[in-house]
Write a protein that binds this ligand. Structure first.
Ligand SMILES: [Mn+2]
Length: 583
């Protein structure tokens, strides 16, 4: 694959400065365990890697190198799944009108489409209702339910929302609507009085995987409806949507989720829907090697852009269309929206940069703007936090002087706890420790900034450092032979809670260092023990790295297979490089 034109590395590099790390935390590996795995027939590189990640059982190790339907749990272990199935079957056989109530993020959109496509296979033409991000906000609301009732809907199936909509469900029932709730968010004290409430986070739910995405719960509903079909057959039908939603919602890529994603990627590689084929083409994400990184950095942000710009329907249409030409037309439209989203985002980020200037701020960054765009506040806050290693709050002020802010934490700062302590200054707030949202009167922003700074310095006493977690040091470079690196790929997919391998080599000599991609990236050849290794360092120019040919270095990297003009070779994708410590 041609890395240099690949959109997701492009977007990673757009995040600015080279991310050198203050220190590495090298985990190491369990030599006797690695030998045991190797003797049982496992290739040495995955054997060492799995021992480093804490796998202690040969059976588990072999399980990670393949997948099995045993990884997929019985859908009826989810509390209320039987009631959900019965209610939907009744609706289908009585010809009731069904609406799917979803969410404007990628998890919510893929879940909505998954249920709609399934119902279509049963001969039912269901409506999809997605609230507008800006006017309506997340979850069910009364005007939307009134509209659905007026349209003649009988049954509302929620996906990725609904678990806290106790009042809305009561209201909807008074209009004659019936509800099947499927969600994956935390429950409040009471749950809605619906025909069925399916949520792995229900305290009385015994389902073994609490980390299903909204689309994961929706998929389990389909598994329950089609109980006589094998889960893998259903994944070869719907897995692409499950994989995209689960990765986009940053769910752990472990256990059942990992198998869902693994099978879903296969569906995406082998026979993608027309809209996803077009989307991968526009995003320059090569279909045959599509992975969780490409979904997370490239496909999901594009699908999300529609919701941010107030055109969720566009992404829904892309996921649903069965026509190649229409798919291409829609993804081009989405590409334009995405460009517009990027422009808005960079313009605001540039403004933030220039307001901060050259001095490094010490307090959380709290900024507001009247001409800012609400839909991109969250991304700007995330970029700001990452760039200055500080929590940040980016606030859009509307014409009535009401500010809507996106808050992002950094390091171990507990954002939600801090905001809660400032609640007297806020109209409303919600979220969790890493990311939250606030509504605030414009005149209260200076006090809020001051109080948040106080909370920050009470919680965080030493400046945060960037620590790179390294799995283990490769002592013999021969371990990175192509057959071994190919075998390591058997452990994919990686992702949240199951990061891609990060290995290190110390005391290697830089034999060659040259710019690629117009000087934005660097290509290196390093040599150790007379073995030569090719490396690529994205978003780092040779000058930026500050190390010259001939130098002895330590590198941290992910080993990858590079395919170029039918030639396959090992390439180390560098995360960090330092002068060798043990000279
Ligand atoms: Mn979700």
């Amino acid at each position: 694959m041609d890395y240099y034109s690949c959109d997701f590395y492009e977007s990673a590099s757009n995040w600015g400065v080279i991310m050198f790390f203050d220190d590495w935390n090298v985990h190491g590996f369990d030599r006797p365990m690695a030998i045991k795995f190797h003797r049982s027939g496992i290739n040495p590189l995955p054997a060492v890697f799995m021992s480093s990640r804490g796998v202690t059982d040969v059976h588990d190790a072999k399980g990670l190198l393949s997948d099995s339907e045993d990884d997929i749990f019985d859908p009826f272990l989810l509390k209320d799944m039987d009631a959900a199935k019965d209610r939907i079957e009744r609706a289908i056989s009585c010809g009731e009108r069904i609406a799917v109530f979803g969410d404007y993020d990628v998890d919510g959109m893929t879940a909505s489409c998954l249920v709609k496509i399934y119902l279509a296979s049963r001969g039912v033409d269901a409506d999809i209702y997605i609230p507008q991000r800006t006017d309506e906000g997340y979850g069910m609301n009364r005007p939307a339910l009134k509209l659905l009732a007026e349209r003649g809907i009988n049954l509302v199936i929620t996906v990725d929302c609904g678990i806290t909509s106790v009042d809305e469900v009561a209201y909807g029932k008074s209009l004659g609507l019936d509800f099947v709730i499927t969600d994956h968010h935390e429950c409040h004290d009471s749950i809605p009085d619906a025909s069925a409430v399916v949520d792995p986070k229900r305290p009385d739910c015994a389902y073994p995987n609490r980390s299903l995405a909204g689309v994961g719960v929706a998929f389990k509903l389909i598994c329950a409806m089609e109980f006589d079909k094998s889960p893998f057959d259903l994944l070869s039908e719907y897995g692409d949507l499950v994989a995209i939603g689960t990765v986009a919602d940053v769910m752990p890529v472990t256990g059942e989720n990992r198998t869902l994603i693994r099978r879903g990627l296969k569906r995406l590689q082998e026979s993608p829907r027309p809209g996803l084929t077009a989307l991968m083409a526009v995003a320059n994400a090569p279909r045959t090697s599509i992975n969780t990184a490409a979904i997370g950095f490239s496909l999901a942000p594009r699908l999300n852009a529609a919701g941010r710009m107030g055109c969720t329907q566009l992404s829904i249409d892309i996921l649903l269309t069965q026509d190649k030409n229409e798919a291409e037309r829609l993804t081009e439209e989405l590409a334009k929206l995405n460009d517009r989203r990027r422009e808005l985002e960079s313009a605001i980020f540039c403004e933030v940069q220039s307001r901060i200037g050259d001095t490094s701020p010490r307090d959380p960054i709290v900024m507001s703007g009247q001409d800012w765009f609400q839909g991109v506040m969250g991304i700007v806050a995330a970029r700001t936090s990452e760039r200055w290693m500080l929590p940040s709050v980016m606030i859009y002020i509307d014409e009535d002087g009401i500010g809507r802010g996106s808050c992002r934490s950094y390091g171990c700062f507990k954002m939600y706890t801090a905001i809660e302590k400032c609640s007297d200054l806020l109209i409303n707030f919600g979220g969790h420790e890493m990311a939250a949202g606030i509504t605030i009167k414009q005149e209260n922003i200076p006090d809020f900034r001051h109080r948040l700074a106080k909370e920050y310095h009470e919680q965080i006493t030493s400046p945060p450092r960037r620590i790179l977690r390294v799995d283990f040091e490769v002592e013999k470079p021969e371990l990175l032979a192509i057959a071994n690196v190919e075998a390591l790929e058997g452990l994919e997919p990686f992702g949240h809670d199951n990061p891609a391998p990060c290995l290190s080599i110390t005391g290697a000599r830089i034999a060659q260092l040259s710019p690629v991609g117009g000087g934005k990236h660097s290509r290196l050849r390093i040599e150790k023990n007379r073995t030569m290794l090719d490396c690529i360092f994205f978003s780092a120019s040779p000058e930026g790295i500050g190390i010259v040919e001939g130098a002895l270095v330590d590198i941290a990297f992910e080993p990858q297979i590079n395919e170029f003009r039918d030639r396959r070779s090992v390439q180390l994708h560098i995360f960090d490089i330092k002068p060798n410590r043990r000279k």
